[in-house]
Design a protein around this ligand. Sequence first.
Ligand code: C5P
Length: 228
Amino acid sequence: MTTVAIVPAAGSGSRLGRRRPKQFLSVGRAPLVVRTLRVLAGVREVGGIVVAAPPEAVGATRRLLERFRVPRIVAVVPGGRERQESVWLALQVVPASTSLVVVHDAVRPFITGSLVRRVIGAARRHGAASCGVPVVETVKQVHDGKVEATVEREGLWLVQTPQAFHRSLLWEAHEKARSGGFVGTDDAVLVERLGIPVRMVPGLPENFKITTPADLARARTFAARGRR
Ligand code: C5P
């Protein structure tokens, strides 16, 4: 097994205002996390998947994945307080023989196998890769409802997952971040801090992160239209 996927799914989903974390809400006939995992499990290069679940829901997550017969699950581990901590905890059980780790948010169910493969391919060649989409709207810095600055959008990208890294590089990046007390919102930034370039691959507009009730409604519309 040379490529393993880590799926951080340990968020509380508080921004969605539901009691159940968003990754366990249903979109169509399957919970969000199941949809996401099925895509990853369908990628030939992905030999196994480690899921980080909310600590109190590890058993329930294992049972859920069994009930929906999600293949290639290597382990379900308790996640941490931050996404970064959840990825780090999942990384602990990734076999040392793994050469590449691909990290993908549970709450982005509309990835495609070909996007995962493109990111994996770029990471194999360059060590670290992310996907994202260029910013097309005007960007302003706003404070207390007032515009403070207009940011030059040239060269700005909105970052998505999957991101992929040589396992040893991701390990080192997390270790350095931890020892420096740095907490980032993705894994690529931890590698960037080492001074190592991260390759950017074009992502997909439908690979949005389900964060708000409006996102959930959009996801359900997508799913109902047969996007999966
Ligand atoms: O919070 P955010 O929307 O950035 O979460 C992105 C992904 O990270 C989600 O799939 C969420 O479940 C996961 N996460 C996690 N552990 C946390 C916080 C978020 O695994 N403590």
